[in-house]
Design a binder for this molecule. Structure first.
Ligand SMILES: Cc1cc2nc3c(=O)[nH]c(=O)nc-3n(C[C@H](O)[C@H](O)[C@H](O)COP(=O)(O)OP(=O)(O)OC[C@H]3O[C@@H](n4cnc5c(N)ncnc54)[C@H](O)[C@@H]3O)c2cc1C
Length: 381
């Protein structure tokens, strides 16, 4: 698989599997196992895994483009995919001796979905500071934790879980573990019923004295924080911006379609022909969407060729993307009026889905705090 074939496969799955089901899955809050199966069969679950494990070894450029294509059709599926890619990367980067090869091979073969279980009820959006603490039990570890939101909860085959290291000192001294779905004590705490991204099963999960064999410890003791910052964060922020971009593109397309098809029959014109104010709104949406696209490309370039400005771009791109997605989908709601409000179009789903990005960690507020600290030369944590 190369960049072009990956995009072609994503487009085919988006058209055949995601688009026809997105509205009903959103309405019912139904997780799309069909979408995950299709992504697996197409080899897209192993998109970024090394070739030695059967992966396609493709980089952030392709991952962002695939994620945006999926998001344009159904942002819930795109977020499931993004969480999986970051979890898979964390598993692939496991410390020497970790028993992860079978999992990586299953992912590459398209049979294994993974996800991140970082956020905890006690530390909320401060995912870098888990409250739970693993404890040693012979050669194993035992974890009890309240994970407050886990995308793909109950549907993933494994979970990349954070917990404070048994002997760690300090709030960020965490370790990451691979927790298989069937682990005794692991459960979905309550159903997912969000405002948006309703079809991605982002439910709370509990770990009740779960036993984790030491071979499934992914990082060294206390190495979780570094893995979160170096392996998860940069491409999570890129992927989150790609989800926002897909939502913006969908909002522009749905608005344009409505302005062309809805008519003032007494004037003999479509809405778009009749009202310059609506055309101006559409143009602003397009400007913002292409601006976001340029930001995504810029971050891809910074990740491919890291330099002094890379950290700022990682932080800025997600912060900007969250706001732009809300602005563009809000403009679409206003432009399409009562038809959008009454769910005659897909726009209100896009509007609801767009509000997740800014509240998902690192939140837009937290990113602003980090950006300003970086500019002022202050420590980020
Ligand atoms: C759809 C969805 C899917 C998710 N999936 C996952 C997942 O798969 N895995 C996972 O680990 N988590 C996941 N999360 C959790 C997410 O990453 C956040 O942890 C969660 O949204 C935080 O919500 P909260 O109410 O606890 O925020 P709070 O921490 O209570 O924040 C409340 C407000 O305070 C602001 N705030 C917080 N700290 C600061 C600060 N230092 N400076 C300035 N402002 C601040 C926030 O921006 C926010 O506006 C998901 C969340 C959603 C909504």
């Amino acid at each position: 698989m190369n960049h072009e074939t990956a995009l072609a496969k994503a487009t085919e799955i988006a058209d055949r599997v995601l688009v026809p089901a997105a509205r009903q899955n959103d309405k019912e809050g139904r997780f799309s196992t069909e979408a995950v199966d299709a992504l697996g069969r197409a080899g897209l679950l192993g998109l970024m895994l090394p070739a030695e494990h059967g992966g396609a070894a493709l980089g952030p450029r392709t991952a962002a483009a695939v994620t945006a294509i999926l998001a344009e059709a159904d942002a819930s599926v795109a977020m499931v995919y993004l969480m999986h890619l970051r979890a898979a990367a964390t598993i692939a980067a496991a410390r020497p001796g970790a028993a992860v090869v079978p999992t990586l091979q299953e992912i590459a073969a398209g049979h294994h979905l993974s996800t991140l279980a970082f956020s905890e009820a006690g530390s909320r959006s401060h995912f870098w500071a888990p409250i739970s603490r693993a404890r040693r039990s012979g050669t194993s570890l035992r974890i009890t934790a309240e994970k407050s939101w886990v995308t793909s909860a109950g549907h993933a085959q494994s979970y990349v879980v954070s917990s404070l290291a048994p002997e760690g000192l300090g709030a960020t001294n965490s370790t990451l573990y691979l927790v298989p779905a069937g682990t005794r004590g692991l459960s979905v705490a309550s159903p997912w019923d969000g405002l948006g991204l309703r079809a991605n099963a982002s439910a709370p999960m509990n770990l009740d004295d779960c036993e984790i064999p030491s071979e499934l410890q992914l990082t060294d003791d206390g190495g979780g924080f570094q893995a979160m910052l170096e392996i998860v964060l940069p491409e999570f922020n890129l992927g989150s911006a790609a989800v926002a971009l897909g939502l913006c593109r969908a909002a522009v397309a749905a608005t344009a379609a409505h302005l062309k098809s809805a008519r003032f029959e007494h004037l003999g014109q479509s809405l778009g022909e009749s009202l310059p104010t609506l055309r101006a709104q559409l143009a602003t949406m397009q400007i913002d969407t292409d601006g976001l696209s340029a930001r995504v490309d810029d971050l891809v370039d910074h990740l491919e060729r890291p330099r002094d400005t890379t950290l700022l771009r990682v932080l800025e791109t997600k912060a900007a993307a969250g706001d732009i997605a809300i602005d563009v989908t809000s403009a679409a709601m206003r432009t399409c009026g009562g038809a959008a409000f009454s769910k005659h179009t897909s726009i209100e789903r896009l509007f609801r889905d767009a509000h997740a990005g800014a509240v998902m960690a690192p939140t837009g507020d937290v990113l602003r705090e980090f950006i300003s600290r970086a500019i002022l030369g202050m420590p980020l944590f």
